[in-house]
Design a protein around this ligand. Structure first.
Ligand code: NDP
Length: 329
């Protein structure tokens, strides 16, 4: 497939590295708001095209697929333009900045017969895939509770718009909570219905942007999930604990970009660690997307999945503002 990259971003560099591992991918060009950045990105990443005008970039059916990894407020308009140009789209999370925009993206892709996927890479984790299978098989009985600790220290090079630009979709809720909600929807195969969130500033974020948040989410099936996201937690290990009536599953270090982690099952037979295979999460996610574009299966996370996670995050932000539990649209 011929690829265009919308956004000269850091994550695009990582994705390009993964796409280069997959056969048959032609990585063509990048579009950026800044000509010098576009040229530098193209040169560093071995792309032939560098542009600053999206319509010109997308002309003449140059691309089969695009990867949208700009700041969040641009995702919707850029995705709609790419779909109109006939491209399949892998869009970064959060899919958009409003439920109405996300709905438009999903329905437009469907109307045009294009694949719209969301880059919720954590679905590719072997740890999470094993947890989903074990939960579905009833290995821990009926799930009633989940605890997620997804606290990190935001690397220096990412301490930009995420910390002080609400209009660009900054803040830990739109950045990390969306991933966590997607993982829980994937594990539980259930929908989130209500959310209560408290948000705070703990040292990095400025203005109205939060760098720490704790939420309680009620999922269908009477499952209560408790989630913590943070940008200000150096040396923390991510933790994911799923509690069932017959046992529980506990993962450490799985909620990262690294595609590793450790997993334990505890039940009446005692505790055992389950082997987890390392996975390149981006390679796996883009591989599934590429297959979906040729009519073979579905992307790991669809546009609709991205929309559900984003709607939950927006309800969380509304809850943090109002102090009240919110229904999820
Ligand atoms: P970056 O800050 O690296 O890039 C975002 C945009 O900022 C780029 O598109 C670029 O705009 C502009 N930009 C890049 N470098 C500079 C610079 N030196 N000076 C000024 N502007 C610059 O963001 P990320 O790569 O961290 O995130 C991009 C998107 O990807 C977000 O939506 C984020 O949520 C998502 N993401 C997803 C991850 C995942 O695992 N699924 C992981 C990390 C991010 P322009 O296009 O105009 O050049």
């Amino acid at each position: 497939m011929r690829w265009g990259f919308i956004g000269a971003s850091r994550i695009a560099e990582r994705v390009i590295g993964s796409l280069r591992q997959l056969p048959g991918q032609e990585l063509v060009g990048v579009v950026s708001r800044d000509a010098a950045r576009a040229r530098q990105f193209a040169a560093e990443q071995g792309l032939t095209g560098a542009d600053t005008d999206l319509d010109r970039f997308l002309r003449d059916g140059r691309f089969d697929a695009v990867y949208v990894s700009s700041t969040n407020e641009q995702h919707c308009a850029q995705t709609l333009a790419a779909l109109a140009a006939g491209c399949h789209v892998m869009c970064e999370k959060p899919l958009a900045m409003s439920v109405a925009d996300a709905d438009r993206m999903v329905s437009d892709a469907a109307a045009r017969g294009r694949v719209l996927a969301t880059n919720h890479h954590l679905r590719a984790s072997d740890c999470h895939r094993q947890m989903r299978t074990l939960i579905a098989s009833g290995a821990i009985g009926r799930v009633h509770g989940v605890q997620v600790s997804h606290a990190v220290y935001l690397p220096l090079q990412l301490q930009g718009w995420r910390l002080d630009q609400p209009q660009a979709g900054g803040g830990v809720v739109l950045d990390i909570l969306v991933h966590d909600v997607d993982v829980l929807r994937f594990l539980l195969q259930a929908e989130p219905r209500h959310i209560y969130t408290s948000a705070a500033q703990a040292g990095l974020a400025r203005g109205s942007v939060e760098d720490s948040a704790m939420s309680v989410i009620e999922f269908d099936g009477n499952v209560l999930a408790q989630l913590h996201q943070s940008f200000v937690a150096p040396h923390a290990v991510t933790r994911l604990h799923v509690l069932g009536t017959e046992g529980n599953l506990y993962a450490q270090g799985s909620m990262t970009q690294a595609g590793a982690g450790r997993l334990w099952l505890r039940d009446a037979q005692g505790e055992r660690e389950l082997p987890v295979q390392p996975v390149n999460l981006y390679e796996a996610g883009f591989s599934a997307f590429i297959r979906a574009c040729t009519g073979d299966g579905a992307p790991l996370a669809s546009g609709l999945d991205g929309a559900r996670a984003m709607a939950t995050a927006l309800a969380g932000l509304a809850s943090a503002r109002s102090g009240c539990r919110q229904d999820i649209a």
